[in-house]
Design a protein. Structure first.
Length: 224
């Protein structure tokens, strides 16, 4: 998980995965003599996605968009409607506004945003897209409860069955991109600590194995 976070430090709009801890009680745990409490150990039960906003970087590219606040861009992918925070868009030969992988960006209410290649594009804070003196559409920007979406590959989120999108409260900023919310220094330090812990446990297991081997050999020698 930490390695994947580090691999996506430079991925626009990427949201870090973090672990959710619970408490584990061993079957042979003994109760405290005074309190009667059983000793417990932390255990990683599952992971969750940190949806905190990343830093917003100026790009001056008129087809780069960032959401300042809550919200996700709607995208029509080959797998169905998906959502992303990565606003690094482009114009397809067909004129459709699309993500970097060629998936058309959805307009409010469905459909595509169709643009002309040779005209400047202007996007309002509410997602309204204008080209020249005409309004050509409005970006679909919605939000979900944290438990209603699941992270997919290619920096997309997929809603669970029955999840209903809500109007987003964030504003659209043109010429900016949201950066990954992964803290590279923190993740690197934690990854190194985990590697060192693994090495210690591996060494302890090796020592225990050596002790067992020597015990068996000594018993065999005594019997002989």
């Amino acid at each position: 998980m930490l390695a994947n976070n580090l691999a996506n430090v430079e991925t626009g709009g990427y949201k870090a995965d973090r672990e959710f801890y619970s408490l584990y009680t061993s079957l042979d745990a003994t109760a405290d003599g005074q309190t009667g409490d059983l000793s417990t150990l932390p255990v990683i039960e599952n992971h969750w996605t940190d949806l905190a906003q990343g830093d917003l970087r100026n790009t001056t590219n008129p087809l780069d968009f960032a959401i300042d606040g809550e919200g996700l861009f709607g995208v029509e992918t080959a797998r169905g409607v998906r959502y992303t925070r990565n606003g690094n868009f482009k114009i397809l030969p067909s004129g459709a506004l699309a993500t970097s992988d060629g998936s058309p960006v959805r307009a409010q209410g469905g459909g595509q945003i169709l643009l002309q290649q040779n005209l400047p594009v202007e996007v309002q804070p509410d997602g309204t897209v204008r080209q020249g003196e005409q309004t050509v559409g409005q970006l679909e920007v919605v939000s979900f409860d944290r438990s209603a979406i699941n992270k997919e590959g290619s920096n997309y989120f997929a809603p669970f069955a029955g999840a209903t999108p809500k109007p987003a409260t964030g504003t659209i900023l043109q010429g900016k991109l949201e950066q990954s919310n992964v803290g590279p220094a923190e993740s690197s330090v934690r990854l190194i600590a985990i590697m060192r812990q693994f090495e210690m446990l591996q060494k302890a297991a090796s020592i225990g194995n050596d002790i067992n081997t020597r015990a068996i050999q000594e018993v065999a020698r005594v019997v002989t």
